[in-house]
Design a protein around this ligand. Structure first.
Ligand code: ADP
Ligand code: MG
Length: 227
């Protein structure tokens, strides 16, 4: 309990700071993006690859700013009864191309006829995208990502996303969701933080099961009524 409190305090302070910075950075960023675009056409061939790097890095800054704004702003969220299977299906469709490129197959198990869940569908989709993207990223040689959506006790639903990646050492498990915790060269370490916040706001729970060299399963429980 205490741990949980401390975590949300940190989130609040961080959120306020982030809001300020993100807003300040956004405007100059827009200007830079605009002028870089203008330069692209007049750029000499040998410099074209710099343009690619600049664009990629700008996109990265953009995504960091967006995650921060998301964390800091009280979202104007509209909870509605949704079928989580539909949200998951949309997510899988969205990520299918990226999975195929990486030789990854999705295997999905849906228990149809589940009760609708009171949720913000875009936010839940964001959570699923973050977790499935992580799964794709830990399977550079391809494999299977297994996804299931089924009923859980207490009128909730239970979602699992399982990969065949390298797993997470036990002593690193509690670092997941901490701001900027990443083991990737190009990671932001914000994806899980945002995802955990969303699940928390839905009064859900996340549990991570992982075995090094075997893979990782993210288990999400969502209640169908917000209390
Ligand atoms: P990022 O993906 O930018 O690194 P995340 O918050 O999405 O940030 O993830 C944080 C870290 O958690 C990752 O860098 C990785 O070390 C670990 N992680 C998350 N998902 C998995 C997974 N499915 N398998 C192994 N490690 C994972
Ligand atoms: Mg990630």
């Amino acid at each position: 309990m205490e741990d949980k409190l401390r975590k949300s305090d940190t989130l609040n302070v961080l959120g306020q700071l982030a809001a300020g910075i993100a807003h300040e950075v956004r405007n100059p960023m827009t200007a830079v993006k605009g002028f870089i675009q203008l330069l692209e056409n007049s750029m000499e061939k040998e410099h074209a690859m710099y343009f690619n790097i600049i664009s990629t890095e700008l996109a990265r800054i953009d995504s960091i700013i967006n995650e921060f704004l998301f964390l800091s702003k009280p979202q104007a969220v509209k909870y509605m009864d949704n079928d989580v299977i539909i949200i998951m299906k949309e997510t899988v469709k969205l990520l299918n191309a990226q999975a195929l490129l990486n030789n990854i197959q999705f295997r999905t198990y849906y228990e149809y006829g589940l009760q609708p869940i009171s949720c913000e569908s875009n936010q839940l989709k964001k959570v699923f995208i973050n977790i499935i993207k992580n799964a794709i990223e830990v399977m550079p040689k391809g494999g299977v990502i297994t996804i299931s959506v089924r009923s859980a006790e207490h009128h909730g639903i239970y979602i699992t996303i399982k990969d065949e990646g390298g797993g997470i050492p036990e002593n690193k498990l509690d670092k997941l969701g901490q701001p900027f915790y990443t083991t990737k060269e190009r990671g932001t370490g914000l994806g899980l933080m945002v995802s955990y916040k969303i699940i928390d706001e839905h009064h859900g729970r996340v549990h991570v099961n992982s075995e090094v060299a075997m893979g990782t399963t993210f288990e999400i429980y969502l209640p169908n009524k917000r209390r």
